[in-house]
Design a protein around this ligand. Structure first.
Ligand SMILES: [Fe+2]
Ligand SMILES: [Fe+2]
Length: 327
């Protein structure tokens, strides 16, 4: 049973299903007997669960973060929070479960979004920027990676195709800003929006869960994006040096603050527009994903978000897009 459905079950209901272990801890009852505290998830949500009375001979150390487990149990609540007690927990064997249960895909059609992005590239008039964008997006190997890449691991767009969805959203916001502020170099801003996160194709790996690669952990996508863009620029004859500097500045500063990982604060019109467009899309999408994962279709308050530092209120209807048909 998917988490979204599970969260709607009344107390006392029996359930079973396959979930990924997000967190595991061996704890002890007052009597000294061990029990297991788990955080389990699939692509539709996350929940806490307790394996309250494991059999005496159960090896509780065998469960690791990232394992897929089969569990069965009873829905219970603790201090108003959903917290089932499990009667069975075992590691699942490959082939026993459908891996697509664990990582969601962008809810908007992948191909349509990609075609929209290509239209944006077509609309760029500056020949150097256009050639640069074509070097990325007419390269089949890169496009394959780009279409599969997530936009993030936990905070926003943590799904296959999330990078494309996020990129297109940032481009659309930037287009609106460029229409409003005529002093902005629209071609530069749109090109920077399209390229700002390209390093994410190597920052994350996608399996049963989304993980950061060693390269991602050690270098980060701001540097990686700049490096990829610099390499492609080097292939373009007489690409203007100041245009390269301004484009790389937009990419390097797009997290807006030093404490958010940008080595430079935005110092041009295009850079400040990109940084706010990026923050706007990632924050709103981050709220939406948290509401979905925490409330599972219910209305009311989420828990306090670990990064946004507030609980979130929602009493509307979530648009699950095409994903709903896969459930
Ligand atoms: Fe970024
Ligand atoms: Fe971004």
């Amino acid at each position: 049973m998917l988490v979204r459905e599970l969260l709607k079950l009344p107390v006392g209901s029996q359930f079973s299903g396959y979930y990924v272990v997000e967190y595991v801890e061996i704890k002890k009852h007052r009597t000294g007997e061990p029990f297991l505290k788990l955080v389990l998830s699939d692509k539709t949500g996350t929940f806490n669960a307790l394996w309250w009375k494991p059999p005496k001979d159960a090896d509780l150390t065998q469960f690791q973060k990232g394992d897929v487990v089969f569990v069965s149990g009873t829905v219970e609540e603790f201090q108003g929070n959903f917290q089932p007690k499990l009667k069975e927990v075992r590691k699942a064997k490959e082939g026993e479960y459908d891996p697509s249960k664990f990582i969601c895909e962008t809810r908007y059609p992948l191909q349509e979004q990609f075609e929209e992005l290509l239209l944006k590239i077509d609309s760029i008039e500056n020949p150097y920027l256009k050639e640069l964008l074509e070097k990325f997006f007419y390269d089949d190997e890169f496009v394959e990676l780009f279409l599969r890449a997530p936009g993030g691991k936990t905070i926003h767009h943590s799904c296959i195709g999330g990078l494309l969805e996020h990129t297109l959203a940032v481009v659309e916001i930037c287009e609106t800003v460029a229409k409003r502020f005529k002093s902005i170099d629209r071609d530069l801003l749109i090109s920077a929006a399209i390229l700002h996160d390209v390093g994410k194709v190597h920052e994350y790996s996608v399996g049963i869960s989304i993980e950061r690669t060693n390269e991602g952990l050690l270098l980060g996508h701001l540097y990686m994006s700049c490096e990829m863009v610099s390499f492609k620029i080097a292939e373009i004859e007489s690409f203007p040096k100041d245009l390269k500097t301004k484009l790389l500045h937009c990419i390097l500063s797009h997290h807006g603050k030093y404490e958010h990982g940008s080595p430079k604060m935005p110092k041009t019109l295009e850079a400040v527009a990109l940084a706010y467009a990026d923050a706007l899309d990632s924050r709103v999408k981050g709220f939406e994903e948290f509401i979905e994962r925490q409330l599972g279709g219910q209305k009311g308050w989420t828990k306090r978000h670990f990064a946004f530092e507030v609980p979130i209120f929602f009493d509307g209807e979530i648009d699950y897009g095409k994903e709903e048909t896969n459930l």
